[in-house]
Ligand binder design. Structure first.
Ligand SMILES: Nc1nc2c(ncn2[C@@H]2O[C@H](COP(=O)(O)OP(=O)(O)OP(=O)(O)O)[C@@H](O)[C@H]2O)c(=O)[nH]1
Length: 230
């Protein structure tokens, strides 16, 4: 047994009413979350997402990654179907944690890509494992899933752990000028399932307007002083 269910309640959201459940991972005390909508019933063909925690993207709407956009789109897709499960997997920074992810961002500011930055800090490119997510599906009575992801490892782990993946639904959203390299590196070095049309922005279900927001943004110089950037 990898996880234990700790709490459950209703959670009204802007996408509709979910049932929220908290599962503790026994090996490390991490609190993973399942957001469930509708009646799981026979547990077959449940629209699902395993979303890895990204404080910067999910909460602060960072444009350096696609995480926040994927989270919103996954919840919206589940609401549209009226049935589904989103597991919020507490594996911040692909498992290296928030402090190390921000250290990696600092290295990326100096020109390293996401994989190189992890390696420079002494970590593999990706430290996640998804076994506890498969067990959460099992506890929920989910037998087969349509998984919203571009990451082949999530598909493989679910299959190995006995959760039948009947389909993959690509989740290509939120490309913008700040995350172009991040997305490209996912295809080139991490085997993620983007097409060249995705990377050109042609297949985006929800494209992000490059020119939106205030481009006369503030930036920090090397001393940490905030300056206007023209
Ligand atoms: N180490 C590190 N983690 C990052 C970086 N940018 C985002 N993340 C984390 O990456 C995780 C999301 O992984 P992704 O590779 O974007 O996507 P995925 O979950 O593998 O695949 P999808 O299911 O297609 O979203 C989250 O935990 C983020 O916090 C980065 O530059 N470095």
């Amino acid at each position: 047994m990898l996880v234990e269910k700790k709490a459950q309640a209703q959670l009204p959201t802007e996408y509709g009413i979910f049932e929220i459940m908290v599962f503790e991972e026994l090996a490390n005390g991490k609190e993973h979350v399942a957001m469930i909508m509708g009646y799981i019933g026979d547990g077959e063909k449940v629209l699902s997402r395993i979303h890895s925690e990204c404080l910067t993207g999910d909460v602060f709407h960072s444009l350096k990654c696609d995480c926040g956009f994927q989270l919103q789109t996954a919840l919206a897709n589940i609401a549209q179907e009226g049935r589904g499960v989103l597991i919020y997997h507490r594996a911040e920074g692909r498992g290296i944690g928030l402090t190390n992810k921000i250290k990696a961002y600092a290295l990326q500011d100096q020109g390293l890509d996401t994989v190189e930055a992890n390696e420079a800090l002494g970590f593999p490119p990706d430290m996640r494992d998804y076994n506890c997510c498969a067990e959460i599906f099992e506890i929920l009575g989910v037998k087969s899933i349509e998984l919203m992801t571009n990451n082949p490892e999530k598909l493989e782990t679910m299959r190995k752990d006995g959760i039948n993946v009947v389909a993959r639904r690509p989740l290509v959203v939120g490309k913008n000028k700040y995350n172009e390299d991040y997305l490209r590196i996912k295809t080139e070095k991490m085997d993620h399932l983007f097409t060249s049309a995705d990377l050109d922005g042609k297949n985006l279900a929800l494209s992000f307007d490059n020119e939106c927001g205030n481009d006369k943004h503030l930036h920090l110089d090397h001393q940490g002083e905030i300056k206007d950037k023209e």
